[in-house]
Design a protein around this ligand. Structure first.
Ligand code: GLN
Length: 380
């Protein structure tokens, strides 16, 4: 393997889902729903295939999808973006992240990330040759240590990579935090790369896109996808919204990574993004119920549960059960209890910082969530 990827192992999600299957354990690890997205979207995909929409799509997206993404973004943020010059469709948000790093970050540039962070960030930054600087969000509320953040900026800093609602903690960036990040970026001429794939799963406060703050659109790449919002994580439709001078770099990388994204899935995504407001309300209501079931259950089991404001994840402190670290706890949980969770130490530059924390997902049907809680109550 090339040096730039030497330090990375099999992703934790792959590892844990493989173990889940091997041990017949209930999988509250990898974040994928065990229920399907809405019929009207699935039917739109079938129709697109039947209608012969099966050859390469335009590189930066089927025009109707670029427009639907721009319209959705306008509805969500009030920002008017040009679908032709400011929206790029990618194969999932993970590709959008990679294309953003490879298209906009130079070797040696410093990029600030908030730990714990989604695992692909560090790997794609490494592919781009960037230097990763971590700022740790600490329990119980995982708020941004603003002074530490300010002190981390140097004349080599090129960008701040953020994620709200935040995987794995469920933290949502507050307006005050976003304003501080924004002024820091304006003062130091930094970019913000903002992963907002859980924006429709915001329970305790309204989601704010940092691009909508004054002076920020011109320096922000907003990254999103279809997977979480429409329970279709396997479709891999994502996008990047950015001003033309940044979009150019992203599109250059995207052109040579994947060139274009699945055509019928893009047509179905057009139908999805036109869903009525009631769809989004119902999604949130359903997830809120699931969250309550899991959070209440985890508390009854005896975990210290940290509040999750958004995403379909919740982080707990496993130390009441006496295992030495998060990995040991998750192994015990799979082998002896039959439940899968994700150890969080892999999401830190210094794994020690995550050793007390594990992540559970509640993107599963209610019986599955109750079944997992029951197993833990009996065997933990
Ligand atoms: N985003 C999902 C999670 O955090 C997993 C995606 C993946 O398996 N790479 O669980």
């Amino acid at each position: 393997v090339a040096k730039r990827l030497e330090k990375f192992k099999t992703t934790i999600f792959t590892q844990m889902s493989t173990l889940a299957i091997k041990h017949g354990a209930i999988n509250l690890g990898q974040g994928f729903p065990n229920f399907d997205g809405p019929d009207f979207v699935k039917e739109a995909a079938i129709q697109a295939i039947k209608d012969g929409k099966n050859q390469y799509a335009r590189g930066h997206g089927v025009p109707e999808l670029n427009s639907a993404i721009a319209a959705r973004f306008h509805k969500d943020t009030g920002l008017v973006v040009d679908p032709e010059k400011e929206v790029t469709v990618t194969s999932g948000c993970t590709e959008a992240i990679a294309a953003t790093m490879l298209g906009l970050i130079n070797p040696g540039d410093e990029v600030i990330v908030f730990a714990p962070f989604y695992d692909s960030y560090e790997a794609t930054l490494s592919m781009a040759g960037a230097k990763v600087k971590g700022i740790t969000l600490r329990p119980p509320d995982f708020s941004v240590p603003l002074e530490e953040l300010k002190a981390a900026v140097t004349n080599k800093t090129r960008a701040i990579l953020m994620n709200t609602p935040h995987n794995p903690t469920g933290k949502m960036f507050t307006r005050e935090e976003l304003e501080t990040i924004a002024s820091l970026c304006i003062e130091n001429d930094l970019l913000v790369l903002s992963d907002e794939v859980y924006d429709k799963l915001a329970f305790e406060m309204d989601h704010i896109s940092i691009a909508s703050l004054p002076g920020m659109f011109e320096r922000t790449v907003t990254l999103n996808s279809l997977g979480k919002t429409f329970s279709l994580t396997g479709w891999k439709i994502g996008w990047a919204i950015a001003p033309p001078h940044l979009t150019w770099g992203i599109r250059q990388a995207h052109s040579y990574l994947t060139f274009a994204t699945s055509t019928p899935a893009q047509w179905a995504a057009v139908a999805a993004l036109k869903a009525p407001d009631s769809y989004f309300k119902e999604l949130k209501r359903d997830y809120n119920t699931k969250k309550e079931i899991l959070v209440k259950g985890l508390k009854e089991v005896g975990f210290k549960v940290f509040p999750s404001s958004g995403t379909y994840f919740v982080v707990v402190d496993h130390t009441p059960f006496g295992l030495e670290n998060d990995v040991a706890f998750c192994e015990y949980l799979i082998e002896e209890v039959g439940v899968v969770a994700i150890p969080t130490s892999v999401f830190y530059l210094n794994p020690e910082e995550g050793k007390n924390l594990v992540r559970f997902t509640f993107c599963k049907d209610e019986d599955t969530l109750r079944g997992a809680v029951e197993r833990m109550k009996q065997k933990l």
